[in-house]
Design a binder for this molecule. Structure first.
Ligand code: FE
Length: 187
């Protein structure tokens, strides 16, 4: 509420342009942040030793690629497999790994997502268009001020010949939150 009040006041005084603010937010939500996380995922898919380090100590391995700082001081990477799917939430507020994913999307901060994903993760995933077989266990991770999570998605089939940069292009923000799968490249 305070932020909204401040933004309204600044807009009314003509000191900020709200469309410019939206542009900056959009940039961090969809471009800068998630591209960092995608680079981490692509490296893990390409380099088994890096992947082992990443799962062992997320913070340290992510910092190897130069991504560190506020809201990413303590990172844990959780790996999706054929039998486990991970989803991240902050039930209390909106804790999110800024250095790897940028700013959280609006739905991540919304009360319906935060409450429903812990009660009915399969239903929420379905709303996102993700249908998983019953044999897949869904694990929900609750972020907090101390610890933030990054999902390491399943590498899609048919990507053996792709370079690390090409792999990174496939990785979406939502796949690293766990509300999407990484799609195979269009042939
Ligand atoms: Fe939070």
């Amino acid at each position: 509420m305070r932020v909204k009040a401040l933004e309204t006041l600044l807009s009314e005084k003509g000191l900020v342009d709200s469309s410019a603010i939206d542009t900056v937010i959009e940039l961090y939500e969809t471009k800068i942040g998630p591209r960092n996380g995608a680079a981490v995922v692509a490296r893990a898919w390409s380099d088994p030793d890096y992947k082992a380090r990443l799962l062992e100590n997320g913070t340290k391995a992510i910092a190897e690629l130069g991504f560190e700082g506020v809201q990413g001081e303590d990172m844990m990477v959780v790996e999706n497999t054929d039998s486990v799917h991970n989803v991240v939430v902050c039930t209390l507020c909106s804790c999110y790994p800024w250095p790897t994913l940028g700013l959280p999307p609006v739905w991540y901060k919304s009360a319906p997502y935060r409450s429903k994903v812990v009660r009915d993760p399969r239903g929420v995933l379905s709303e996102f268009g993700v249908e998983l077989p019953d044999s897949v266990e869904i694990r929900v991770w609750d972020s907090n001020a101390e610890l933030r999570y990054l999902v390491l998605p399943n590498r899609p089939a048919g990507t053996d010949d792709l370079s690390e940069a090409e792999l990174a292009e496939l990785v979406t923000r939502d796949s690293m939150i766990g509300t999407a799968l990484v799609a195979a490249p269009a042939s």
